[in-house]
Write a protein that binds this ligand. Structure first.
Ligand code: AQP
Length: 333
């Protein structure tokens, strides 16, 4: 069975983008892969964060994953900082990765913004930690949204350089799994920007915890254009907001964008947005109810995460210890 690794930052409430681009795809994968899913709190501190909220946000993210169908009994679900192998391997990768490679990472440029000199150095080496997350388990398949493709290419470059520099065949090649019609869900305020849980505007995203009224309001206010919906996909060319809303409806109704256009061609956005709101509320309300139920017993969530961390350590510890041996560190005896 192939081993899958994927992670999500507890940097806010998960968005519809996180759900459609990543989390939703994690669930069926448990049927035929050995799945390792991680709430990546070490990554979450690479951007401004509230230290009084991080632990709560981490537990909430774990509860959201379980509520979306990620079953801690059928996969390894844990918190990144609970397994020290990640940070140890990341340090080695900091020394393997080239500065020129990191300079090409578009996510750093997007997240650092204009004041790049003032960004944390952790944000700069974020892709090295992400490479370590995956390689610490010798995972070969990584389901992610399209925005993470560049980081996975870098993770392969790091593995190849490590293998080459030390004359070993130790870290395998990773295959990104970018799936579904909504591999990239865009902001509701700007169809050229991805939907993000840390976007300063709450109106730019649907949070998995948004109730029916909040969803209705956000969709009503979502940016669109004055043209009605076209009948063909080509008619969405140059209309990023329209394309995004069509993609979202397709994703939550298990249809294709072409199906959505066939059913709604000629409709104005007023009517289309009502259909979209109804579909989103129907899709998200069972997840919200389950999340509320889980968070009523935080100790049970923490216990599941502790079990997951034990399982994760049992896999990662020997791999990272071996990597340290390859690098030439004196083994602790
Ligand atoms: N808008 C999106 N569309 C599709 N997939 C997305 N993902 C994130 N946003 C979208 C996918 O969600 C997974 C977890 O992401 P993450 O939390 O580790 O980091 P991120 O990509 O930086 O997500 P956010 O929501 O934008 O977080 P912040 O605002 O904290 O930076 C990944 O697989 C990602 O592809």
């Amino acid at each position: 069975m192939q081993r899958v690794f994927s992670g999500i930052q507890p940097s806010g409430i998960p968005t519809l983008g996180n759900y459609l681009g990543a989390i939703r795809n994690w669930v069926p994968m448990m049927d035929d892969h050995e799945c390792i899913y991680c709430v990546v709190d070490l990554h979450a501190i690479t951007q401004p964060f509230d230290h009084k909220e991080l632990a709560r946000a981490t537990r909430e993210m774990a509860a959201a994953l379980i509520a979306c169908g990620v079953d801690p009994d059928r996969c390894t679900l844990f918190v990144q900082s609970h397994v020290h192998a990640h940070a140890r391997l990341a340090w080695i990768f900091n020394c393997v990765a080239r500065i020129g490679w990191l300079n090409r990472m578009t996510q750093f440029k997007d997240k650092a913004g204009k004041d790049r000199e003032n960004a944390g150095s952790g944000l700069y080496v974020y892709p090295n930690l992400m490479a370590a997350d995956i390689h610490a388990y010798h995972a070969t398949r990584v389901p992610v949204g399209e925005d993470q493709k560049q980081h996975l290419e870098l993770a392969n470059d790091i593995a190849q350089k490590f293998n080459h520099d030390f004359g070993v065949e130790f870290f395998p090649n990773i295959e990104p799994m970018i799936q579904g019609v909504a591999a990239r869900v865009m902001s509701l305020r700007d169809g050229t920007k991805k939907m993000s849980k840390s976007d300063p505007s709450d109106q730019s995203r649907i949070n998995l915890t948004d109730d029916a009224d909040a969803i209705a309001l956000k969709i009503r206010r979502a940016k669109t254009d004055p043209e009605p919906l076209p009948s063909e996909l080509a008619g969405l060319e140059g209309r990023p907001e329209a394309r995004n809303l069509v993609g979202i409806l397709a994703a939550v109704t298990d249809a294709t964008p072409a199906d959505v256009l066939r059913d709604h061609a000629g409709k104005g956005f007023g009517a289309f947005k009502e259909v979209l709101t109804e579909a989103l509320v129907a899709h998200l309300s069972p997840i919200q109810a389950e999340m509320t139920r889980l968070l009523a017993d935080p100790a049970a969530v923490d216990a599941a995460l502790r079990k997951g961390a034990d399982r994760a350590s049992a896999i990662a510890e020997p791999i990272v210890t071996k990597a340290e041996e390859i690098v030439g560190f004196l083994p602790r005896r």
